[in-house]
Structure formats: C-alpha cells, structure tokens
Design a protein around this ligand. Structure first.
Ligand SMILES: [Zn+2]
Ligand SMILES: [Zn+2]
Ligand SMILES: [Zn+2]
Length: 338
C-alpha cells in the first residue's frame, strides 16, 4: 500500500499510493442497494424499523438490506492498516500511510444529494459519523480523523452516489496543526479563543450567511475560494465527537440549509467540505471546531499553485448576501415557514 512522503524541506505531506483505478467495466453503482457485494462488507448499516434505528453489520455472505446509511472500508483507500512498515529519514522522508479509510454512504437513493436529503437523514448520518469517530479514536495508530466530502467531478469524486469519507492519520494534518498552533498562540497572548471572537464579530454582520440556535454560517473575511463559507458552533467546543443529539439536530438543519442554498444558488456546483476538529490526543493543542466548505467555481492559477496566494474575484460580503438569501429560503422550507 501507500507511503506518506515528506517534502525535502517543508512539512508538506504527500501520500504516494498505487491504487489502481477502480474497474470501470461495470456501469453499476457500487454504493446502490443491491450492489453491496461490490464494496467491502459494512461495518455499520443503519436500518429504520418500526420507527427505531437499528445499527447492524454485514456478516459473511449476508448483506444487511433496507439500510439508510452504510459504512464500509474503501476499496481505493488513501491509507490502510496493511500499509508496509517501512520508514526512512530526510531528505527522503517516508512513513507508512497507515490508517482507516471509511466510506459513509449517505442515502439509499442514488439520485439524492447532501443538499436535497431531509435534515432528519443528515442527523442519521452525523450520528453514524460520531459513532465511527469515537471508535476510530480508540484504535492504535489513529492520531487524527479527517471527515470530508467531495461533491461533483471537479471535487475529486469518482462515484456520484452521495457519500462522506473518513480517513485517519498517525500524525496531525498540517492545516490542523497550523490552526491549532496559531489558535494556541492567540489564546496565550489575548486570553480569548480567536474563533469565539470571530463568531462575535460575524454574527449579524455583512458576511453572515445563516444562523440557527447553536451554529453560525458565514463567509470568512479572507476566503481562499469564491463563495467559501464556514459553519461554526457559537459555543466554544473542541470536537464534534462530544456534541449532543440536540446539537446534532441543529447542525443537520444548518448543513442541509446551507448546502441546499449553495447548490440552488450556484447550480449544483462541485464542492469540498472538511470538518476541522481538534486532535483528541492528550496534551495536543485544541481548536474551536468548525466545518469549511469550498465551492469550486474556478480553476487555480499559477499564484495559488506556485505561491499559495489565492485570487478571489467575489468579495465574501457579496457572496454572503447571495448565499444568505438562498439559504434562508431553504431553511424556511425545512422548518415549514413559507
Ligand atoms: Zn448509487
Ligand atoms: Zn472558541
Ligand atoms: Zn479551519
């Protein structure tokens, strides 16, 4: 399997793997009900029965049917627990790309998307993710769990059936490390969490997109991508793994409303979404957790690729106005006030 190589000089990680492209000979969607044998057996199949949600699991030759959310190990994993145990030091730094790569199929219906499913279904998905997240953090070699969505071809999604990825790492990803370091420094200097301050600044301001009881969605002051927005708990919390069912329901509502608003406003644009959670290891630096959504409306130029400086032709204030109108409409439809 793959290895994690580090750049000669910087802390940039690259996973080099030799996953062969998934066999495209079959036109069948591997994530659709009836095609369960095309994926690895499920680790968790959520089945709604008599108004209750059952957590079941495939056994040998017996696939759980009538699921509404299904989790299994990816057949084209970015990391693997069978990664070869080989290490080397700088300048040719390499470590095994060790970890778990789960796929969470978000609906039994192929034509659904994460911006059209009900907010109740979003709750089901988040409950399953929270369950897997807690389990993964009890496993050896898991230092960090990333949770992300690729929607659309431009976003790196090979399968159009709605799904979410969970990939673990034995180190903390560089972007999380940077956010945690910077956050820690600011807390020490100013005595307050920078994201708590951001929530204060952005609530009711020109970049607010939407708010619910416990969450705020806003376009950040310095967005890397046009129409980029973040969803942030208003209350200081360091990880999604600890939030309550009530908070999950509230988060489902704002996720569904904002993703719905995004896709109606920008005509089913491709996007990536990433959960930024604190590492859960003892003594690791913490962040106020949040979700970042990156719509992909334009290709990168040499400035982004070559220098890490982002050109954004849509001011976040304008983006927030447009997204805000669309998201408020979605929210009204969801909670039944039209
Ligand atoms: Zn499908
Ligand atoms: Zn905070
Ligand atoms: Zn972040």
């Amino acid at each position: 399997m793959g290895s994690m190589r580090k750049d000669y000089v910087s802390e940039r990680f690259v996973i080099v793997s030799q996953n062969e492209e998934q066999n495209e000979e079959s036109k069948k969607c591997p994530f659709c009900p009836g095609n369960e044998s095309m994926t690895n057996p499920s680790l968790l199949s959520l089945v709604a029965k008599d108004g209750m949600l059952q957590r079941l699991q495939d056994s040998e030759d017996n696939y759980v049917k009538d699921w509404t959310v299904r989790v299994f190990e990816s057949k084209v994993p970015a990391v693997s627990v069978s990664a070869e145990n080989s290490y080397s030091d700088r300048p040719l730094y390499s470590e095994p790309a060790y970890g778990y790569h789960y796929v969470v199929v978000a609906s039994e219906r192929h034509k659904d998307s994460l911006s059209t499913i009900s907010s109740e279904q979003w709750s089901n998905i988040l409950v399953v993710i929270q369950d897997r997240l807690r389990w993964l953090y009890t496993q050896r070699g898991v230092t960090y769990v990333s949770i992300y969505i690729n929607h659309g071809k431009d976003a790196g999604s090979a399968v159009s059936h709605p799904h979410i990825n969970m990939v673990t790492f034995s180190t903390i990803p560089p972007l999380i490390e940077q956010e945690a370091e910077a956050s820690h420094r600011i807390v020490n200097e100013k005595g307050a969490c920078p994201l708590c301050q951001t929530v204060n600044t952005e609530t009711g301001g020109p970049r607010q997109v939407l708010q619910t009881e416990g969450f705020l969605a806003f376009c950040p002051w310095a967005p890397s991508y046009p129409y980029e927005f973040w969803i942030c708990p208003k209350k200081h919390t360091t990880s999604f793994s600890k939030i309550t069912q009530k908070e999950i329901n509230d988060l489902s509502l704002i996720l569904r409303a904002t993703l719905g608003g995004l896709t109606t406003s920008l005509k089913n644009v491709s996007y990536n979404l990433a959960f930024h959670l604190s590492p859960e290891k003892k003594n690791s630096r913490q962040i106020h957790w949040h979700i970042e959504v990156y719509p992909l409306t334009a290709a990168w130029s040499g400035l982004e690729r070559g220098y890490g400086i982002f050109l954004n032709s849509i001011p976040p204030e304008k983006a927030a106005e447009q997204l805000g109108a669309a998201c408020r409409k979605e929210l009204a439809g969801l909670v039944g006030i039209i």
